[in-house]
Design a protein around this ligand. Sequence first.
Ligand code: F6R
Length: 240
Amino acid sequence: MRVFITKDYEEMSERAFEIVKELVVENPYAVLGLATGTTPLGLYGRMKADHKKNGTSYRHVRTVNLDEYMGLPAVHEQSYAYFMKKNLFDGLDIDLNNTHIENGMAPSAEEECENYNRLLKMLRQDIQILGIGSNGHIAFNEPGTPFNSQTHVVELAESTIKDNARLFKDVSEVPRKAFTMGLKNIMDAKKIVVLANGANKAKAVKEAIQGNMSENVPASILQSHEDCTFICDEQAAALL
Ligand code: F6R
């Protein structure tokens, strides 16, 4: 596991952008595993700006997203499908048919999970971008999730509901369940880049990188990935 410590959020985002751009230029058919949340916004902003300025093309790139709230349609402003369109895809030349995320409105959750696992087998991530929760979660794999988990439905932890409530009008509007890639689906990626910024991530970053590998800290599984890089700003790295 490699750890880069950057001065601030902007430098963290720039480093991540350089890695993604190099991959896409080298392999125009790359599969990008993407995350939502506030952490990757600087990365996505740079991808869009670079596409506009330098014409870096995403026409053949395929994407798979980590997770989606259950019960929210793709047009709902708080759905992760909407987030990706607004914050990344609309600013690229990507074919939306090549972008994939769990269907929050799927009539059968079980079938949706099976379908997504099948899709991930065909679209193995060349790179998986991750954020990290203040409780050490990755995607919506909360503490206690088995390391060998695949796509499944989760009940969100109270701490995650609270963390995410800032994006909703009221905490009562935050969905209580979500679809998420499992830890095994994430570990199947050829390369993993974890981004972390801010003091509220410092404890999770320390436990993930230097703690024992334990299902109590889902991100600690990344210690056993052969190509995983953490890019943390100074605040997130403060306890290392
Ligand atoms: C998002 C996701 C989550 C976030 C994590 C950090 O798709 O799977 O695990 O990466 O909750 O969220 P932010 O970036 O908002 O601090």
